[in-house]
Design a protein around this ligand. Structure first.
Ligand code: PMP
Length: 284
């Protein structure tokens, strides 16, 4: 499989990552995932912009431009020959020896970039039936707005939910629902759409940007306000969003039905509009 390794596209077998790469040792890095639909990188600009925002927040200077990275990602997608896929890319703070907590001088230690492409298809079967989730205490750090490769807090939450027999974790911090383990979380109550406001407690999703546009176009009232776990259990509908999961209905939380326990009508309307928006971008 071809991958991007710094500025080269090489066979995966040629990649050499140093044992002292700070991503490997400290989780000192950031990443992005972009969905490719019929060869089109959906909301690529927004994902690249967020990578630069994450870099700034961790005080990392990226040694390439957005244009150069974009060109490489497109080249990789072309070489991989995958029309429906997701591209994962990450940048670590590079290899500094010996291992030291201090950030190295970026003039001496360049960041390390990699990207790979894997096939992806739309999760239509799951979207039709919805998923079952469980509440998990949000014990992550207070920089959830950074798309950090240090995902242990998210992984522990997902694992806790799975151990309890659920497919997903709905994270709760001080009684308020923040997001899911790798997606943003939404509820519909009395025809109004609610989601946690951006800030340091959640990742500002790129899919979230699109849902804002869709809600406006469909005349759905949107309130970016935090809600409690109890309020969520009393909601009419619930769903999560991410570039890969798109709009995914959540039909039960902690074995309690949300609404009538089926994907809701507002959820379905938003999903439909999302796929229309994807198709319009692909055709443009
Ligand atoms: N929150 C978290 C914690 C995530 O990991 C993700 C997916 N990367 C999201 C939200 C959704 O982000 P996006 O819509 O950009 O995929």
């Amino acid at each position: 499989m071809k991958v991007l390794w710094n500025d080269q596209i090489v066979d995966e077998s040629e990649v050499k990552i140093d044992l002292e790469d700070r991503g490997y040792q400290f989780g000192d890095g950031i990443y992005e995932v972009i969905r490719i639909y019929d060869g089109y990188m959906y909301m690529e600009k927004e994902h690249l912009d967020r990578l630069w925002v994450s870099a700034e927040k961790i005080r990392m200077t990226l040694p390439f431009t957005k244009e150069a990275l974009s060109e490489r990602l497109h080249q990789l997608a072309k070489e991989a020959g995958l029309e429906n896929a997701r591209v994962y890319f990450q940048v670590t703070r590079g290899t500094a020896k010996p291992r030291l907590h201090d950030f190295p001088d970026p003039k001496e230690v360049p960041p390390v970039l990699m990207a790979d492409i894997q096939p992806a298809s739309r999760p239509t079967a799951k979207q039709t039936i919805g998923i079952r989730a469980g509440f998990v205490e949000d014990k992550r750090w207070l920089h959830c707005d950074i798309k950090s490769i240090s995902l242990l807090g998210n992984l522990l939450a997902l694992d806790e939910a799975k151990q309890n027999g659920y497919e997903e974790a709905v994270l709760v911090r001080d009684n308020y629902v923040t997001e899911a383990s790798a997606s943003n979380l939404w509820m519909v109550k009395n025809e109004v759409l609610y989601t946690h406001p951006d800030g340091n407690l959640i990742l500002p999703g790129i899919t979230k940007i699109k849902i804002r546009e869709i809600a406006k176009a469909l005349g759905i009232e949107l309130k970016e306000e935090a809600f409690t776990d109890k309020e969520l259990l009393a909601a009419d509908e619930c769903f999560k969003t991410s570039s890969v999961a798109e709009i995914m209905p959540i039909i039960e939380i902690d074995n309690q039905k949300i609404g009538d326990g089926m994907p809701g009508k507002v959820t379905k309307k938003i999903l439909h509009a999302y796929i229309e928006a994807v198709n319009l971008s692909v055709q443009a």
